[in-house]
Design a protein around this ligand. Structure first.
Ligand code: UGA
Length: 451
């Protein structure tokens, strides 16, 4: 570090690369703390929308907070503007599932090249902060790579996020913990200072430990959900009440009640990808990750179970009209990445069913081009009109609170498959509907073992 670098690095200027979920929340969250934030992306359409504060993600309070931040938050195209001499550069680009489940780090590598090309100067005054979920060893490798490309050392710190979609800004303001992995204590302390607006516990460790802890958190949540799903299926078989059974388990303070809700299985852009990444990392070092494999298998089984239940209940799917209620991977978001509802809708279509969908937040433009054949209605009762069966995949309040007697009036058939344990059994039977929850022995009897 030179004195010149110390003079010019702007302590209140932050660069954030990637205007997706993590990047936008980080950018807005820091801007509302008084920092000047320059958010970068490669997608001109996304950038144009962000400049008008019409974010491509549905996140409560985010656009409002960005409006209040005013000119402290600006959006830039990585191809058009030089890298600012920021005190911190946050990398928040996707690391999607790649070959054999291992994360694809190509976007992450590309960002390092942009930083090296675009930043006129590098010094220990600039800290690169990795917010993307990356395998252990990545930040250390990135630091060596930056030194190789720029000829100067810039500390690279791992700072995984624990933001839940739908409440991400709140999670940013009040995180459960701040996790900082760094080989450079001064850089770690500077990041800790930046995050001093929260009173959350801070864990400072080495980069690989921080990187692996992020995978550990998501994997543990996924494992709990698969546990809940497996136990719920057994409960149905034994004539026990799955929800009461799991509530009783969760009341043990050593266990806790969260992430024990059974249903169609976990989805989204994080849990499935991170479990797959651990399986792949384990096999790379000859350390079989058996619990992770079982977690995946149980999760896949839940989705297959729904299709099987519909096929059995309707005596085949070809030509049957099925309403799929909920395409977002959970309520409160318009994200359809690895969404159970969307996957089920696609499989029903492939099996020849006539599929009508409804979602509170997903609009046709959010679906992939090859989903053009899926019809989306904006009224749940319209989706149910004339349906032989309906399946609840996302527990939006609009669906959970539906008047089941109205549902019975508009449907042609009587089969309701509840993928979220959300509808009331007696209300369904009072309305003359056949409510089936995943694993119900009545429908899958005799064939369950082969599902
Ligand atoms: C998850 C983690 O919860 C965050 O801590 C983490 O920061 C984030 O991934 C990430 O790595 O970026 P998110 O993907 O928003 O957040 O989703 P969750 O709210 O955790 O839900 C994941 C899935 O599990 C959803 O499909 C949800 O419906 C399902 N789920 C959740 C259940 O089936 N049962 C439950 O009891 C809880």
């Amino acid at each position: 570090m030179t004195d010149g670098a110390r003079d010019t690095a702007d302590a209140h200027l932050i660069a954030v690369v990637g205007c997706g979920y993590v990047g936008l929340v980080t950018a807005v969250g820091l801007a509302e703390q008084g920092m000047r934030v320059r958010a970068f992306d490669v997608d001109p359409v996304r950038l144009a929308a962000c400049r008008e504060l019409r974010f491509p993600i549905l996140e409560p309070g985010l656009e409002h907070a960005a409006r209040l931040a005013g000119e402290r938050l600006t959006f830039h195209d990585v191809h058009e503007e030089a890298w600012p001499d920021a005190a911190f550069t946050f990398i928040a680009v996707p690391t999607p599932q790649g070959e054999a489940g291992y994360p694809n780090l190509s976007m992450f590598r590309q960002v390092l090249m942009w930083i090296a090309d675009g930043q006129s100067r590098a010094s220990s005054e600039n800290v690169i902060v990795v917010r993307s979920t990356v395998p252990p060893g990545t930040a250390r490798w990135a630091q060596a790579e930056i030194q190789r490309l720029m000829g100067e050392a810039v500390p690279v710190v791992a700072n995984p996020e624990f933001l839940q979609e739908g409440r991400a800004l709140q999670d940013f303001r009040e995180p459960s913990r701040i996790l900082i992995g760094s080989e450079n204590r001064e850089a770690a302390d500077r990041l800790r200072e930046l995050m001093a607006f929260t009173s959350a516990p801070v864990v400072i460790t080495d980069t690989s430990t921080a990187e692996l802890a992020k995978y550990g958190s998501n994997a543990y949540l996924a494992m709990r959900i698969s546990f809940a799903n497996e136990m719920a299926r057994l409960a149905e078989r034994e004539g026990a009440d799955p929800l009461v059974m799991l509530e009783a388990v969760g009341l043990d303070p050593r266990i806790g009640s969260r992430y024990l809700k059974p249903g169609v299985g976990y989805g989204g852009s994080c849990l499935p990808k991170d479990v797959a990444a651990l399986v792949s990392m384990g096999s790379a070092v000859n350390e079989p990750m058996e619990l992770m494999r079982a977690t995946q298998e149980v999760n896949d089984l839940q989705r297959r179970r729904i299709i099987r239940t519909l096929a059995d209940g309707l005596d085949g799917l070809d030509g049957r009209r099925v309403a799929v209620l909920g395409l977002a991977f959970k309520p409160g978001t318009n994200d359809v990445r690895d969404s159970p509802g969307l996957q089920i809708a696609r499989e029903l279509l492939t099996a020849g069913a006539d599929v009508v969908t409804w979602d509170a937040a997903v609009t046709p433009d959010l679906l992939a081009a090859n989903d053009a054949g899926l019809s989306i209605t904006n009224d749940a009762l319209e989706a149910l009109r004339g349906a032989d069966a309906a399946v609840l995949c996302t527990e939006w309040p609009e669906i959970v609170d539906l008047d089941l007697s109205r549902v019975a009036e508009v449907m042609e058939g009587t089969l309701l498959v509840d993928g979220r344990y959300a509808w009331d059994r007696s209300a369904a039977s009072d309305a003359g509907l056949d409510l089936v929850r995943i694993g119900s022995p009545r429908v899958v009897d005799g064939t369950a073992a082969t599902v």
